[in-house]
Write a protein that binds this ligand. Structure first.
Ligand code: SAM
Length: 269
């Protein structure tokens, strides 16, 4: 299985387009308990920024943070959306075109080598992306460099118990191993603060309480098939075993509860 920091795999397969991310997102959108929604909550964490601010998002994916909060963006914010994947940037452009693409600047960049001047931004957003970056100290040094004094990094990620009940299921029916190649082992809610400390003066962790109550098999199977992590991708027999297990559990219990463990670090320089 490729490492989650394998940038060639991420660019060529996992995030070549937004299809895999969309399969995961649609499970969250359909079956989450917390009605606020992840992206509105992340946007709330930016709320203290002044009316006139410059914001950089790294690893923006399809631009969902802005699509879901379009009505709330202050007119004075200048927003630069960036990602390592040209396919993601093309999708972000398309998703935001209706809202007025002129409000955003788009760029294909690597978080480890940010091509902008020192002290250019009031905030940097890294939403579920730092765990993909192979040299995180280099990326964090770059983030600090492009932030103004007093500027903030918002770094969202998962904790060790994220989707624990899905792990219990896949470990029974596939060859997946609950190994160190998981997001939370690279940059997680438990390990993030220590990694941020050399670069930031004040670090606050804020958690987003949520769980999934899944009542249909197909979206859960599509979720598991969207990443090599869960042991079913490209393996028809393993996919069938997972599908049979999920359908049996739904038939007997009516619902599968899967707890989430996500949150954000707000770090100021
Ligand atoms: C899990 S997705 C999150 C996308 C988006 N932030 C969201 O939450 O919907 C991770 C994103 O990080 C990007 N990425 C991975 N490595 C990167 C790097 N070194 N620099 C910039 N972006 C990177 C991927 O292409 C992908 O779009």
């Amino acid at each position: 299985m490729p490492s989650i920091t394998d940038q060639t795999h991420l660019l060529g397969e996992q995030y070549n387009t937004s299809a895999n991310l969309s399969a995961r997102s649609s499970l969250h959108e359909r079956f989450s308990v917390n009605q606020q929604g992840w992206h509105p909550w992340v946007f709330d964490q930016l709320a203290s920024l002044p009316e006139s601010s410059r914001i950089l998002e790294l690893g923006c994916g399809p631009g969902w943070l802005w699509v879901h909060n379009w009505q709330r963006i202050p007119p004075g914010w200048e927003i630069t959306l960036t990602d390592l994947s040209p396919g993601m940037i093309a999708q972000a452009r398309q998703n935001l075109a209706a809202e007025g693409e002129a409000r955003f600047r788009f760029d294909v960049i690597d978080a480890q080598e940010i091509p902008y001047p020192d002290a250019a931004f009031d905030a940097v957003v890294a939403n579920h992306m730092l765990y993909h970056v192979p040299d995180r100290p280099r990326a964090l040094a770059e983030i600090r460099r492009v932030l103004k004094p007093g500027g903030q990094l918002l770094a969202a990620t998962n904790g060790h118990n994220h989707m624990a009940e899905l792990w219990e299921i896949v470990l029974q029916v596939t060859d997946a191993t609950r190994d160190a190649n998981r997001s939370e082992f690279h940059f997680g809610l438990e390990s993030g603060r220590e990694q941020l400390q050399p670069w930031f003066d004040v670090i606050e962790r804020r958690d987003y309480p949520d769980a999934l109550l899944v009542t249909e098999a197909e979206p859960l199977i599509a979720y598991a098939a969207s990443s090599a992590l869960w042991g079913v991708q490209g393996d028809a027999a393993a996919t069938e075993r997972l599908a049979a297990h999920v359908r049996r559990q739904l038939a007997s219990e009516g619902v599968i509860r899967i707890n989430k463990n996500s949150g954000i670090f707000v770090a100021r320089r």
